[in-house]
Design a protein around this ligand. Structure first.
Ligand SMILES: [Zn+2]
Length: 691
């Protein structure tokens, strides 16, 4: 719900609506030409033959869309992937230097260099074959009873999901664990347990009818068989069929992605000792012991029906099938650090079949991504020292303060909201903690062992280290200053239980942010991103948390009814978007993001108007520049397979519809002379205003 962009697996994605064409469009704004090197809107990338009122995304980006080819190793192209490339290249340079350095053993620099170099050493990986996985596979083969099965499943759990901050609900492990502040008690951290266990991105891939999705299922079954075959496991085809059937049964008990995003549905504290009664079939004592959670008195069960259903499957499905299933996932999970045949097979399914990407990324890019996942803040510390100017931090803090003030003012001006609800909303705005660039405190990696030449072992140890780090939260109170993204990540986050925001260094770059750009261009791009994250505190989910991060209702019934009615209009607005003739946007699934886009753009527009003060258009830019800058920040193209994956399983609408958020703002109509009859025109009562 709360991040700006879809999860990292999707980065680089994107698709396009057909051009609406139509009436002559207003010419682009004629604000003063910027100084050389200063970022401005991209006039050459626009298509002014398209009326902005018909298709604003194409008006702002049409020529770019026509000219841009998605690189063969990508499933999308656009503003985001340009910034992603920049951060990746910079990180690459840092890691190459670290790999060559003679930094002291045990130092962060040495660990980064050794991790990266080990991942890059394809010859050593090839020579070892499947050997680095031998211990894992042997321990799976030795599972002799249901108690051992539960202990193995528990021992393999990691902190690999995040229902509130990064909204990542997917793990191939049978359950996902997340450890953070208790929804119901801001003074304590607690484990959250989520459903898991699927190799494809969502339950719909196993359940929904249709030829396209059926062909994904066949391809997945073949992928499972191929992986088993490559690992030298006997009888791969029959095993693949049984593994697939087991996953289909797991999918059958899973909550939908829309249900997962509903915090009220996820807030189910279970006493640890009650699991055996509430979810019989699984030896929970052994599982929690394996997962090192046997000291936690309470666990918040996010998907109670799925947890119960999976426990029953552990009882009902033969042990032999579970062993095959666990072996396949161990191989598949570490395929990136196994020999080339494994790497290529994994890419053929996940990259090409599921995302439509023809060509795999270069090895160095995958090595950078893997090092970022393993040692994110060690790399991040080096990254900001080299690439993030301190001056930017102060300027951005001022922009944030201006947008927060605009948001606060909007709350004060709401005519429908009761004074009591307003007071709670204002208290929440005032308490937001904003992180710019990088965290105040860096993670300590001193107990993480990285061994040069042991790529798979390094990946395993990094995941265990990360889980230890998460478990350690159980012994201390919540820390509102903790970050949930590394500084070299191109994204931004709202953290509902911390009532805090993270804006990593890597997103604070042109075209989103250039300190010398006009106010219109700055506020339209980075400002709208800041506004989006602030607004997540007041979307359909975030508005259920109070200033302290407690999941508690602070609304009067009348105010809540008004808010829900406005939200329902927005659901209908997005349900009407049809990226493909057989697929529409899911307005409910994307509601939180759409509220954040709309409320964020509205507050940011106000902040822009206030910030320009007495400045002329030539100095500050005009409204058209503001909106075009916003529309261009969503510039992207997707391959069809990926676009479909996003529509089915992602909380964010496709970028083209995010650009069309403008149709809910009155100022956009004036700036572009939008008239009734145009595609995006909404009569004033149909424009959604929540905040
Ligand atoms: Zn968001």
């Amino acid at each position: 719900m709360t991040n700006l962009l879809r999860s990292a697996v999707f980065v680089g994605l994107a698709s396009i609506l057909s051009a609406c064409g139509g009436d002559a469009a207003p010419s682009p704004p004629a604000n003063a030409s910027p100084k050389a090197g200063v970022h401005d809107i991209d006039r050459a990338g626009m298509d002014t033959s398209v009326a902005p009122g018909d298709d604003f995304f194409r008006y702002a980006n049409g020529t770019w869309l026509k000219k841009t080819e998605i690189p063969p190793d990508r499933s999308s192209a656009g503003t985001w992937s340009t910034l992603f490339d920049l951060a990746q290249e910079r990180t690459h340079a840092l890691l190459e230097a670290a790999a060559r350095s003679t930094a002291a053993a045990g130092s962060d620099e040495r660990k980064m260099g050794d991790y990266y170099a080990s991942y890059m050493d394809e010859k050593a990986i090839e020579d070892k074959g499947i050997t680095p996985l031998r211990d894992q596979l042997a321990s799976i083969a030795a599972i002799g009873d249901t108690r051992a099965l539960a202990a193995h499943i528990g021992g393999g759990l990691r902190a690999d999901v995040d229902p509130l901050n990064n909204t990542n609900f997917q793990t191939t492990r049978l359950f996902g664990i997340w450890i953070s502040q208790d929804l119901n008690d801001p003074a304590h951290n607690v484990p959250y347990q989520l459903q898991g266990g699927l190799g494809m991105p969502d339950r719909d891939y196993y359940i929904e009818p249709g030829q396209r999705i059926e062909s994904n299922r066949s391809a997945y079954r073949a992928h499972v068989a191929t992986m088993l075959k490559l690992a030298g496991i006997a009888d791969p085809d029959a095993k693949a069929t049984r593994i697939f059937d087991l996953e289909r049964r797991i999918a059958g008990v899973h909550a939908t992605r829309t249900e997962s995003a509903d915090m009220a549905k996820g807030n189910n504290p279970w006493m640890r000792e009650d699991f055996g009664r509430r979810a019989p079939g699984l030896d929970w004592t052994s599982l929690f012991h394996g997962a090192r959670l046997d000291q936690a008195p309470t666990i918040i069960v996010w998907h109670p029906a799925a947890i119960t259903g999976i426990a029953r499957l552990v009882h009902d499905v033969p042990l032999e099938t579970w062993r095959d299933y666990l072996a396949f996932h161990a191989i598949d999970r570490y395929a990136g650090v196994l020999p080339k045949a494994f790497v290529d097979e994994r890419f053929a399914f996940y990259g090409t079949v599921l995302s439509g990407t023809p060509q795999q990324q270069d090895r160095w890019k995958r090595a950078v991504n893997s090092t970022n996942a393993a040692l994110g803040e060690a790399v991040g510390k080096a990254y900001v020292q080299k690439f993030f100017p301190q001056a930017a931090k102060a300027q951005l803090q001022q922009m944030v303060a201006n947008i927060v003030a605009a948001f606060d003012k909007r709350i004060g001006a709401l005519t429908w909201m009761a004074p009591k609800t307003k007071a709670s909303a204002k208290a929440k705005v005032a308490a937001i903690k904003v992180g710019i660039g990088y965290p105040d405190h860096w993670r300590d990696y001193s107990t993480l062992e990285i061994v040069r030449g042991d790529a798979l072992g390094n990946a395993e140890r990094a995941e265990s280290f990360d889980y230890e780090y998460a478990l350690a939260r159980l012994a201390r109170p919540p820390d509102r200053s903790e970050w949930w993204l590394s500084p070299q990540t191109v994204n931004a986050l709202n953290l509902p239980v911390q009532n805090a925001l993270n804006f990593p260094a890597a997103i604070l770059e042109p075209p989103f942010y250039d300190p010398a750009a006009s106010a219109a261009v700055r506020y339209g791009a980075i400002g709208s991103i800041i506004g989006h994250e602030i607004s997540h505190s007041f979307d359909d989910q975030g508005s259920q948390f109070d200033a302290s991060g407690r999941f508690a209702n602070w609304w009067t019934p009348e105010d809540l009814a008004h808010f829900k009615a406005a939200s329902a209009k927005l659901v209908a607005q997005y349900n009407a978007y049809m990226p493909f003739p057989d697929l529409h946007v899911n307005g409910q699934l994307t509601l939180s993001e759409n509220i954040a886009d709309m409320a964020g753009l509205s507050a940011t527009y106000d902040a822009y108007r206030a910030a320009r003060g007495a400045q002329t258009d030539a100095q500050a830019g005009d409204d058209r520049s503001f909106f075009i800058s916003f529309g261009q920040s969503w510039r992207s193209k997707y391959r069809e397979a990926l676009a479909r994956q996003i529509v089915l399983s992602d909380g964010h609408a496709l970028d083209q519809y995010r650009a069309d958020t403008v149709r809910n703002l009155d100022a956009w109509y004036g700036a572009f002379d939008v008239k009734p009859g145009q595609h995006l025109y909404l009569a004033p009562p149909d424009r959604v205003r929540v905040w």
